[in-house]
Design a protein around this ligand. Structure first.
Ligand SMILES: *Cc1c(COP(=O)(O)O)cnc(C)c1O
Length: 469
């Protein structure tokens, strides 16, 4: 019926062919700048799109110019990387969807230095023979955490899987019910347990677990006592969990190893910065825990990775597990880790060099300064009544320090001629995309996670969103 419409038939007949478009002056320009294969794909898709449009019920007109514009857009999209830099204006420092931790200059320089040529990744330069990739970071981790030995795998989920599979395959692992957490993105303690071939033995109740709950559950099938950091949630009120030290005592008495999945794993003592909820890895190690696992890209502020520290005899068994080879890390990861651990040798340099720590621990005054800078820039472009500086709270994110509110400053934008949702969408669609948070009827740009360099980019993107050309 519709295709029978003579006007539409006429328009369909005017649609240029792929060949015609490639030979046109626009086609020559596309081919001069982009790969042929990509241009041809874009042209094909745009023509197909135009055909569909002409045949659709709510068709409203078609021009050659709109087709060309469509091809321009498609080519630009195809020629751009899918994974790219975005500006994080959410204030969430460890935003898992936005790549979690930001790497420092120092880390990146080392990654480039090591990976742009050959390296001694698995070559012992002194002996002139095959070496191990784990030696490059082991001593640094031992020094920083006080552990006997250390091992790095692809992420903390892999670290937990590998430890359970090595120590408790086909045997039981005792865990408190209150710690059977789901971290998000499909890490659930019971599921990882199953995948590792260990058997879960849950003890206690959701809100209370006592030491005798662990003791009563021990049988000759028990291989491990496991403690899991609750990460992204807290049970409050009538609660009890067993302190690490008591679990370690019990493990010693019964001849069972104790493992602690710390999740975030902080390498400095945050109490010096007024944060009292998160013991450092060093403290957990010195409490006598046999194996501790934590992420490389949460509070540590390094690349994605899972770090296992603890007693030498267990780490040696873990390294020999065939799964260790499947979960091993690349040279880029090791280069970034070696560099970030070097920063940790001096706490002052760690706090100033590692972006995650710098963003979390920067003073509210400093953040306010950046918000003021952004507001000053905005004043050049948009009317005063459409924005203001507001006090707010940011979150650490990534399941880290969930109960801590970090006082922050944000620029709050209230557009008058477009909706706040439309402003959010336009900023997200820009280059670079800017990710911000809607709160009620305003858009909040948290100055904690934006850099000084990004201030002008954000201001002009907002101006462009307000007054698109
Ligand atoms: C985040 C987290 C994990 C998963 O770590 P990844 O590095 O994301 O794999 C595991 N356990 C706990 C307690 C966590 O907080």
């Amino acid at each position: 019926m519709i295709s029978g419409n003579p006007e539409r038939q006429r328009l369909l007949a005017t649609l240029p062919s792929v060949d015609e478009l490639l030979k046109s002056s626009e086609g020559a320009a596309w081919l001069a700048h982009c790969q042929r294969r990509l241009v041809v794909q874009a042209v094909r898709e745009a023509i197909a799109g135009a055909r569909e449009e002409i045949l659709s019920l709510n068709f409203s007109g078609f021009t050659r110019a709109s087709l060309i514009q469509d091809i321009d857009r498609q080519i630009l999209k195809k020629a751009s990387f899918s994974l790219r830099h975005v500006i994080n204006a959410t204030g969430i420092v460890l935003h898992t969807n936005l790549g979690r931790s930001v790497l420092s200059e120092r880390m990146l320089q080392n990654v480039a230095a090591v990976s742009s040529g050959y390296s001694n990744l698995e070559y012992d330069l002194e002996a002139g023979e095959r070496g191990k990739r784990y030696v490059h970071t082991k001593n640094l981790i031992r020094d920083i955490t006080g552990a006997e030995d250390a091992f790095i795998v692809n992420n903390n989920a892999a670290a937990v899987l590998l430890c359970l599979n090595t120590l408790a395959r086909n045997r039981q692992v005792i865990v408190s019910r209150g710690e059977l957490v789901e971290i998000g993105g499909s890490f659930r303690v019971p599921d990882v347990m199953t995948a590792s071939s260990a058997q879960l033995c849950e003890v206690g109740t959701t809100n209370k677990t006592h030491l005798h709950d662990y003791c009563n559950a021990v049988t000759d099938q028990t291989a491990l006592l496991l403690k899991v950091h609750q990460s992204n949630y807290r049970i409050t009120g009538f609660t009890k969990d067993v302190p690490v030290a008591a679990l370690v005592d019990t493990g010693k008495r019964l001849g069972l190893p104790v493992m602690y999945d710390l999740g975030s794993g902080c390498l400095i003592d945050l109490r010096a910065y007024g944060i009292h909820s998160e013991p450092s890895v060093k403290e957990i190690v010195s409490a006598g825990v046999d194996l501790v696992t934590f992420s490389g890209d949460k509070l540590l502020g390094g690349p994605q990775g899972g770090i296992i520290v603890g007693k030498k005899k267990y780490i040696e068994q873990i390294q020999k597990n065939p799964l260790a080879r499947a979960l091993r890390v690349d040279k880029m990861t090791i280069a970034a880790f070696e560099s970030v651990f070097m920063s940790y040798l001096d706490e002052k340099s760690a706090v100033s060099e590692i972006p995650v720590l710098r963003m979390l621990l920067q003073s509210p005054d400093k953040i306010r300064g950046r918000a003021v800078k952004l507001a000053n820039r905005l004043r050049k472009y948009i009317k005063q009544e459409q924005f203001e500086i507001v006090k707010d709270n940011s979150k650490a994110g990534g399941g880290s320090l969930p109960e801590i509110e970090f006082p922050t400053y944000a620029v709050s934008i209230k557009p008058v001629h477009i909706s706040v949702n439309e402003l959010e969408r336009r900023l997200r669609a820009g280059t670079p995309p800017i990710i911000a948070r809607i709160k009620g009827s305003v858009l909040l740009l948290d100055a904690r996670t934006i850099t000084d360099r990004e201030v002008e980019v954000i201001a002009s993107a907002i101006a462009a969103s307000f007054y698109p050309v």
